[in-house]
Design a protein around this ligand. Structure first.
Ligand code: HSE
Length: 306
């Protein structure tokens, strides 16, 4: 076996109150990636899409993650990776994490699963850093693990896979681009203690609610006092989308990662479809192109195919 094909899922980072620590994977869309061993000690990138992503592997998210893995493995060979991105870069649903996560999971299989999922999260962050300017794992962890994850610590890396009840996610993707690195630079360096207390109370409550399947508590915990007030200014009609989605029955939601996508969690597929209708109603006369979709939560993370 010298080649592996995988599907790497989109992810929603932050999950409203858990900036840089909470995230979950969604069933659709997925990037398609094929990784193969090559004898040269290098990484080659072949893009099969129109996003013009770098083919210089050191500047490419998947390439940087693969270099990190090759170095840690002390390998005397390289990898070639073919990427078909179905997750638009800059959309806020973990496009870079899918490239990095898919690449390391596939390459690891070619190395007979030498590294654990936790180690792969650590390696994939080297790729994520290319896109966002910082190592953060709240997209790569759910991409690799599937479901909901909490990143307790980056150094040393510590990821907790969370239990969660059946839910559906509705995503609104306005066709504007927000560069994660820019959306990070606008955040406050310090926050008032009273806001921090409200924030970590919500994170704790959300984790408990997910594990108990307490939908009312999930809804009450999806509040963000730190990040959303700053970043929502980048997303037209954010407050109305949120309000109308909740009126349509959503448990709650907010900015997906650093945006511009907005996500909403719902208890059933029927409610998630109503939420989709409510989102479309808000955006239909906005003059901004947009996509919406309803997805299940991905379980299992990156999937091997063929
Ligand atoms: N936690 C990161 C951020 C996720 O919000 O900047 C980026 O997708």
């Amino acid at each position: 076996m010298n080649q592996i094909k995988v599907l790497a899922p989109a992810t929603v980072a932050n999950v409203v109150c858990g900036f840089d620590c909470l995230g979950f994977a969604i069933a659709e869309p997925n990037d398609e990636m094929t990784v193969r061993v090559i004898s040269e000690k290098e990484v080659r990138i072949i893009n099969h899409d129109h996003y013009n992503l770098p083919t210089d592997a050191r500047k490419n998210v998947a390439g940087a993650a693969l270099f990190a893995l090759l170095e840690k493995a002390g390998a005397d060979h390289g990898f070639e990776v073919e990427i078909k991105k179905n997750i638009k870069p800059g959309s806020g649903i973990g496009s870079s994490a899918a490239s990095a996560g898919g690449a390391v999971v596939a390459a690891n299989r070619l190395l007979n699963d030498r590294f654990s999922p936790l180690e792969l999260v650590d390696l994939a962050m080297d790729g994520e850093k290319i896109a966002s300017g910082e190592r953060h794992a709240d997209n790569v962890a759910p991409c690799i693990y599937g479901g909901f994850t909490l990143v307790r610590s980056l150094n040393p890396i510590d990821v907790v896979a969370l239990e969660f009840p059946p839910m559906f996610v509705t995503v609104l993707h306005p066709q504007i681009e927000i560069v994660t690195a820019v959306a990070r630079q606008m955040l406050p360096v310090q926050v008032p203690l009273k806001d921090a207390i409200r924030q970590w109370s919500n994170v704790g409550a959300l984790v408990a609610a997910l594990s108990k399947g307490d939908y009312d508590l999930i809804a009450r915990s999806l509040e963000d006092f730190l990040i959303e007030p700053v970043r929502k200014t980048l997303i037209p009609h954010f407050d109305r989308v949120k309000l109308e989605s909740k009126c349509a029955g959503a448990l709650g939601g907010g900015i997906s990662g650093s945006g511009p996508s907005i996500f909403m969690l719902s208890e059933t597929e029927e409610i998630a479809a109503k939420v989709e209708g409510a989102m479309r109603e808000v955006y239909k006369n906005s003059g901004i192109e947009f996509f919406t979709y309803v997805s299940k939560i991905n379980t299992g993370g990156v999937k091997f195919i063929d």
